[in-house]
Design a protein around this ligand. Sequence first.
Ligand code: ASP
Length: 305
Amino acid sequence: MRPSLIVHGGAWDIPDEAVDACKHGCLEALGEGWKILASGGSALDAVEGAVISLENDPVFDAGFGSHLNAEGKVECDAIVMDGATLRAGAAAGLQRVKNPVQVARAIYEKSAHMMLIGEGAEKFAKEKGIELCKPEELVSEAEWEAYLKCSQDEHAAEHHRGHEQGTVGAVALDQDGRLFAATSTGGTCCKLPGRVGDSPLIGCGCYADSAAGGVSCTGYGEAIMKIVMAKMAVDLLGRPLQNGASSAEFAKQIGKTCMQQLAERGHGTGGLILLDREGNPAFAFNTPRMAYGYVDSSGAFIVGV
Ligand code: ASP
């Protein structure tokens, strides 16, 4: 099977000055994921590698550089999902983990549960050998300044360089046909402590089913949750092709349908990336911009904002 990989760095009103950094971050993430897939590695390692690279890049809202909550703290959420078994590992409300996707993976691989939150998740992570950091080590200078402006004035996108979102995600299919999806986020800025959005919720911010495809979402979590968007996309991917459309066209159309539903029924904005069961990539967004990248059929890295 030909491997396939797609990543995103969030759907938001990305200002012109952040475009190059977002493209660069997506390229790096593709590089991390593709070196694993191209050498016969697993889709799980590939989505983890790609997401770690995005989490480590402060231009995105995940890991270091995440948005701060209303008390000036980072609280991260992440998920990985296995398309073969429909098993997921998810974590929410992490304050002391540099790479939340690693905790999600550990929950997927090493626990009987599918989701852990807060202190329990961190305790489990530590037991499984994931190093914990100090909460303040996740706070970037830019986000701290934005937080101060929001708390002195009122929360506004301008204080965040128009950067209200920037969740990251990846979907990979490996040469053995294994399909995994992953999503990681710091959530929305100035959120109430304890708020959890769509990102770590199975079916909302992420879903994978080898019989249909894999999806990672981004955007206003409260709207994405209403329409269970990742599962919606995968259910549509599982339907038979219609009117002689190619698989690639079909996958694109499904992205558009989800965006329509997000706007009309969810009353929100966002985006998604997907791979269908054959590995055809597609993406869609109804925000001004979304950072994305995928590897095309010739092996070239395509990134865009
Ligand atoms: N969906 C994320 C959340 O609501 C935010 C984002 O995608 O940027 O937590």
